[in-house]
Design a protein around this ligand. Sequence first.
Ligand SMILES: [Fe+2]
Ligand SMILES: [Fe+2]
Length: 269
Amino acid sequence: MSGPVLNLLFLGDVVGKGGRRAVAAMVPRLKQKYNCQFAIVNAENCAAGAGMNLSCLREMPGVDVFTSGDHVWDRKEFPQEIEGIRNVLRPANMSRVQPGKGWDKFRNPAGGDVAVISLIGKVFMKESAYCPFETAEQILTQIPITVKCIVVDFHAEATSEKLAMAAFLDGKVTAVLGTHTHVQTADARILPGGTAAITDAGMVGGADSILGRNVEDVLRKFRTGMPAKLEVVETNIRCEGVVISYELNTGRAVSITPVSEMYDPEKEI
Ligand SMILES: [Fe+2]
Ligand SMILES: [Fe+2]
């Protein structure tokens, strides 16, 4: 290990108002608990369970960077709004005519810069997306050499595609963190080249839900095949993600710790 080690917090897809409320309270709490000065949160489901907009993002001021995914444009106001928000990313490998940006570098108050890259998968997902592997390769050539910490949110369905991306970027980035399935996987680890990886970080959403939606509604939809409104579960929220520890001087990950904590509104700060 060389030099100082910094920690950063990453949380999976935030679902609805309950998720936003939990993030607002829990990000400062988790930053303190894990000694993190930097937090990245996937916000693609933060507006009523599908999409995102400026007013919802403003409810989560402790977050340093918001990433997204297939639901990024679900709110009609967001394509306009995204141009004015510095710390939000849409997947980098979508059409170049789409507004917003797919990666950027951000100052970590604890030291150095953090480059964050948002990518979307193609398998069972966005077949119209450009190759996420080629896009990742291109972005890596654009990131200044002085930026050592690089975090990739790979928003994808297939575990195979996510594992392949982690292997592809091992040794080139600090972390490859999967999102989209809303279910935290038990495979958090440091790859041989020094990249932290987890197939899916999980979600910030109802603990007693199906991916953040009402169990009965989802069951009815599966059993009848009829269109159904799937209510967002706004209570009993679990916050899931990971804490990454990395060397400031090299960007190499030294540990990845899964986080899965219930949000207790009584303890609001
Ligand atoms: Fe999601
Ligand atoms: Fe998604």
